[in-house]
Design a protein around this ligand. Structure first.
Ligand SMILES: [Zn+2]
Length: 63
């Protein structure tokens, strides 16, 4: 065992050592891991954006 294999972080592409010391592998950091998880989570649980009709628009048309 010498140097640990380097893997490219799926999120930012940064080369990071694949070691037990890195709990976030294959990501380089917790931040990248969370970003990646957040991305698929957003696809999984699509939260409808709050589209509240602008009260002003119709009023202007009626004017
Ligand atoms: Zn990264």
């Amino acid at each position: 065992m010498s140097t640990p294999p380097l893997v490219a972080c799926p999120q930012c592409g940064k080369k990071t050592a694949w070691t037990p010391a890195n709990p976030f592998r294959p990501f380089c950091s917790e931040r990248c891991k969370l970003i990646d998880l957040g991305q698929w989570a957003k696809e999984e649980y699509r939260i409808p954006e709050q589209q509240q009709p602008l009260a002003g628009n119709e009023a202007e048309e009626n004017d």
